[in-house]
Design a protein around this ligand. Sequence first.
Ligand code: TXA
Ligand code: MG
Length: 329
Amino acid sequence: MKTITGSDIEAAARLLNEGEVVAVPTETVYGLAGNALNTDAVLKIYGTKNRPSFNPLIVHVKDAGEFEKYAKDIPPVVYGLAEKFSPGPLTFVLPKKEIIPDIVTGGGDSVALRVPGHPLTQKLLRRIGFPLAAPSANPSGYISPVTARHVEEQLSGKIPYILDGGRCEVGVESTVIAFNEKEEPLILRPGGISFEQIAEVCSVVHPYKSTGDHRSPGQLKSHYAPGIPLHFGKMEELLEKYAAERKAVLSFTQAYTAGNIIAQEILSPAADLHEAARNLFPAMRKLDASGAEVILAEKLPGEGLGVAINDRLERAAVKEDKADPGSNK
Ligand code: TXA
Ligand code: MG
């Protein structure tokens, strides 16, 4: 299949109407979109990404007024949050209505809904009149794309069209939240809206926990992994431990000097977590292609967008105990 990249909303709309999948820009990362109400289109998304079908997809809608078409028993606080953060990088997990095919939700009875903020995709949603199921437009397990070029590099030949909306503003995926019986939000995946921002609207917010049941199915597996091993932690310790390897270094604010560093990316010299989030995935891609043997990635402050960045790096990292049993004891 020939893949065309362009900014023609009509072309994208026509393909989506025909049940095809198309890469679309959002303010977080590029999505691999198909008609959420068309089972065959949704199956194509899973196939193209090589994604396990138990991992549910986010359904993108044009505004929060659409939520009640696809979800029921919506807690009023959803509208308070949506007023502040939608369109934007916040996804709501709500009890699903029949109209959403089971394949979209991995067989589960809840649906994840989000209003994307990118103007091209907003226009597209208004043009087509159906919601778009869209996971990030990367092969399952690899780094998420934040430019049309990144999508081309991995999905060229597999999809007919990439709607090019430039580089994504936020750079990490949306925050996914669900609600408990007291209608308090639980963060299932940290992302572009921070815990602190949600806490401005809700007096009780249950923070993200990387272990336990309270997380998204997609948070269970290793993810975001580059081709070469990535190690995550305190940089001084990592540099000592991997002194002999040809290294690529991913740091927050400062350059490091040590032997065998062949490539280095600084996420934000000014220590701005928004800038760091925007630079994260492109930096990981560059270092992956640098010819280094390992990537050493520094842990960022655990506040604001730092929580989402640390989550992505942690899940990109080699699981030391499993990958290398018995060593370093
Ligand atoms: O920013 C984003 O969220 C991007 C853009 C394209 O919108 N999308 C994205 O989709 O990151 P994906 O499929 O890569 O990640 C969706 C996450 C997964 O962790 C998935 O398990 C979770 O949302 N999720 C989806 N539906 C869910 C549901 N019904 N209940 C719990 N978690 C759900
Ligand atoms: Mg993803």
